[in-house]
Design a protein around this ligand. Structure first.
Ligand code: FAD
Length: 297
């Protein structure tokens, strides 16, 4: 019988996966690597690995592959980590894999965007098991179910690499891929200090995550992990504010699932105004502080 194992790197991802599981039409269990899943996602069982932090990808992949035995489908949301880990899982299981699934035609046939969404391909997986990553924005939230049975599983966190240390830039800001509000800046931010003060300061004011264009990343204005777009992160917030961003197809590929896009650009002919829900023709160095003042303390 077909059954899905939904891999949650953190318990907070559970709300993103229930709609995907419902669209796949299979009963499912969740494997929660850190933290706990929400209790009403419709999963039959929650496998709780109880890791305090996520080990490097090679260790995670062998743990997931071991715990995936007996499942016909193994899936995780699309993000930088899952691209790394789930590809390794597919390798270990010698399984077919489809990434960035946006629509399910059948349990073996999936739609996925390629080339920044300019082409939609349909892919059929001819073997079992099937390893998938999916874009949660493409799937409505699943219907709530009862509390799943919880089973503790042992997760071997030892691999061929070991993390010596890790520091988080941007402090306690929300995760870019899952944030409800994203403030992004482009090339005109000039340098890292200005970017952090203007874009980071505004994001902190509204409780948002910070994003950047590739031009900003390539010029050393913003760190690599903040890049949004075709070759960066895909975001789908309720509100995306693009400050000093021209609106290249590669950048827009990463933000098109945002509910509301606000563009601040001093060039009234900037392409981003064609896709923005709200546009402000203004200098971002005047506009962002003015909005901050209007929001009050
Ligand atoms: C294969 C490939 C992959 C790529 N992947 C990505 C990707 O993942 N993500 C990505 O972002 N890009 C990507 N790019 C790069 C992309 O093509 C653009 O070069 C980039 O997005 C432009 O960034 P930008 O908008 O910051 O800069 P610019 O295009 O230079 O635009 C800056 C904008 O700021 C406005 N501006 C200037 N000063 C101010 C001010 N004071 N106030 C308000 N507005 C102001 C200007 O009018 C202009 O519209 C990729 C390119 C290639 C070839």
């Amino acid at each position: 019988m077909s059954k899905l194992l939904l891999v949650l790197f953190t318990g907070s991802e559970s709300s993103l996966g229930s709609g995907f599981a419902a669209a796949l039409g299979l009963s499912f269990d969740v494997l929660t690597l850190t933290g706990h899943a929400e209790t009403n996602t419709g999963a039959e069982k929650e496998l709780v690995a109880g890791l305090t932090s996520l080990p490097p990808a090679d260790a995670l992949a062998s743990t997931i592959a071991t715990l995936s035995q007996g499942y016909t489908h193994i899936a995780a949301t699309s993000n930088m980590r899952s691209k790394d880990v789930m590809a390794r899982v597919a390798g270990i299981l010698d399984a077919g894999m489809v990434t960035d699934v946006t629509l399910i035609e059948s349990p073996t046939r999936f739609k996925r965007p390629v080339l920044a969404g300019s082409i939609i391909s349909i892919v059929e997986v001819l073997s079992t098991p099937v390893v998938l990553t999916f874009r949660p924005a493409g799937f409505a939230k699943g219907e709530a179910g009862g509390a799943p049975d919880q089973v503790s599983v042992s997760a071997d966190a030892s691999g061929k690499t070991v993390r010596i240390s890790q520091s988080v830039r941007g402090g306690a800001r929300p995760d870019l891929s899952q944030a409800k509000i994203v403030i992004s800046g482009g090339r005109p931010l000039r340098d890292a200090e200005t970017f952090e003060r203007v874009i980071g300061g505004f994001a902190d004011k509204v409780g948002g995550a910070v994003g950047a264009t590739r031009a900003a990343v390539d010029s050393g204005i913003a760190p690599n992990e903040l890049q949004v777009g075709q070759t960066g992160k895909i975001v789908a917030p309720d509100l995306y504010i693009a400050a000093g961003i021209s609106g290249s197809t590669q950048h827009m590929a990463g933000i098109k699932d945002s509910k509301i896009i606000v563009a601040i650009n001093k060039d009234p002919d900037a392409p981003i105004f064609e896709s923005a829900d709200y546009g402000l023709v203004a200098d971002l160095f005047d506009a962002l502080p003015a909005i901050e003042r209007a929001l009050g303390s």
